[in-house]
Design a protein around this ligand. Structure first.
Ligand SMILES: NC(=O)c1ccc[n+]([C@@H]2O[C@H](COP(=O)([O-])OP(=O)(O)OC[C@H]3O[C@@H](n4cnc5c(N)ncnc54)[C@H](O)[C@@H]3O)[C@@H](O)[C@H]2O)c1
Length: 407
């Protein structure tokens, strides 16, 4: 799974290590610092700031990546390229060939957000969103990773009762390039009664299921080793094959506890008792819906990162929010979703677990100190803008001791 750990690395298995919230996690594989090369490890990162608040939040994440890199002996080379509305204005297409080429050649891609009122009326091929679809297709990213973490400091922002939301820390792994959104045949027709109909095809091959299942098992293994596969195997043939193949792949991961759940039950359970989930894997359409449902539990769009990865080649890391044109250019955006996307880039794109933890620990410390952008602000907290939030995270990064002492 080269895109999950795209660089060759020496791995050492440690005992119990602290999780983001201080509770011990299962034994985790980490890079062994004693075996690090003398020269800094170096990676090329394509930055796609995009539109609206995109450039503001990417700039913050870039500074934090650089400083974390300096602490961890990692060097980053950045290549900033136009994308979305910015690219439409500059060269007339939402994803210039040069941008896609640069993204493909790099180790990882960090995207801000694309879109805005200015391009809303464009024809489909000239919409900023079309560029994003082209980028995902061009990179061949078939696994979408959407964590939903209820930060203890922000638990009151959740739409659920505190006792239900507290401690939620799950990830939805959605198959991104197959299933009913792409299945053929699809289209419109007219039946013998002269009525119009529309139809789509839910279809999955063994290959498609096996590769997303392996991504999910690998990720579950790095978390609580609990994987729940969500399907509709009581009705849909595509889901029956899904369940059969996931069970088959499970034999390669005897350390991961696998369960299955029907999607209608999963939708209920996510609201009733979300803490029961650690890692969820599901198909494209169910994942689309469940990952949005899971994200709303956290209550704050400005805190939610995401990743899209393939088996080989660079992954795409981006906040789940859009370009927020209503607050663009006003230094009001919450940069933490992008900062946490940079942490995902380090963990899932480059295999740099310690550096990822450094970022997450700095975000926690910054929230603990009471700094809040307006989207997550509550009384008694210190209201800050996008830049100041970035500066406070940087201060926390600088004041950290090594996150995990690895010998
Ligand atoms: N992946 C992407 O780049 C992406 C995703 C969704 C929407 N979009 C595009 O973004 C544009 C705006 O879409 P929208 O308004 O539906 O969604 P949005 O996510 O941009 O904004 C929704 C609301 O959340 C707020 N918000 C979003 N991110 C925030 C942040 N980091 N900090 C503080 N507040 C934040 C906004 O101010 C707005 O009130 C549209 O053109 C849409 O197509 C792009």
């Amino acid at each position: 799974m080269a895109a999950i750990h795209s660089k060759p690395q020496l791995i050492k298995t440690l005992g119990s290590v602290p999780s983001r919230f201080g509770a011990p996690r299962k034994p985790t594989s980490l890079r062994c610092s004693a075996a690090r090369p003398l020269h800094p490890r170096s990676y090329s990162i394509t930055l796609l700031p995009g539109d609206g608040i995109g450039p503001e939040v990417v700039s913050v994440a870039k500074d934090i990546l650089s400083v974390v890199g300096a602490h961890e002996g990692i060097e980053f080379f950045y290549n900033e390229m136009p994308m979305g509305g910015a690219a439409l204005d500059a060269v007339g297409v939402p994803l210039p060939e040069e941008t896609l080429a640069a993204a493909k050649q790099s180790d990882a891609v960090l995207l801000g957000a694309i879109g805005g009122y200015k391009w809303d009326g464009n024809e489909k091929p000239l919409k900023p969103e079309t560029g994003l679809l082209q980028l995902r297709a061009g990179l061949g990213v078939f696994a979408n990773l959407r964590p939903a973490t209820v930060w203890p400091q922000l638990v009151d922002s959740s739409t659920l009762k505190k006792e239900v939301a507290e401690g939620v820390d799950l990830i939805v792994i959605r198959e991104l390039t197959g299933g009913i959104y792409f299945g053929e045949p699809r289209g419109f027709g007219t039946n013998d009664k002269g009525e119009d109909f529309g139809f789509n095809t839910e279809i999955y091959s063994t290959f498609e299921i096996d590769r997303i299942a392996r991504v999910a098992f690998e990720i579950a293994r790095k978390r609580q080793s609990k994987l729940c596969s969500v399907d509709k195997a009581n009705v849909l043939e595509a889901s029956m094959l899904w369940r059969k193949r996931v069970n088959e792949i499970a034999s390669e991961y005897s350390d991961v506890q696998l369960s299955h759940m029907y999607v209608d039950n999963a939708a209920m359970q996510l609201i009733r008792d979300p803490r029961q989930f650690d890692t969820i894997v599901t198909n494209n359409i169910f994942g689309d819906i469940l990952s949005d449902e899971a994200s709303i539990i956290t209550g704050s769009i400005g805190m939610l990162p995401s990743a899209s990865v393939s088996e080989s080649g660079p992954g795409l890391f981006e906040p789940i929010h859009g370009s927020a044109p209503d607050i663009a250019g006003q230094d009001k955006a919450n940069p933490l979703a992008t900062v946490l996307s940079a942490a995902m880039l380090l963990r899932y794109g480059l295999g740099e677990e310690n550096a990822a933890r450094r970022i997450e620990a700095a975000v926690i410390e910054t929230l603990n100190k009471g700094f809040r952008t307006s989207d997550i602000h509550s009384s008694g907290m210190v209201l800050v803008g996008c830049k100041r939030m970035g500066e406070e995270v940087l201060k926390s990064v600088d004041s950290q001791k090594p996150i995990v002492a690895v010998s």
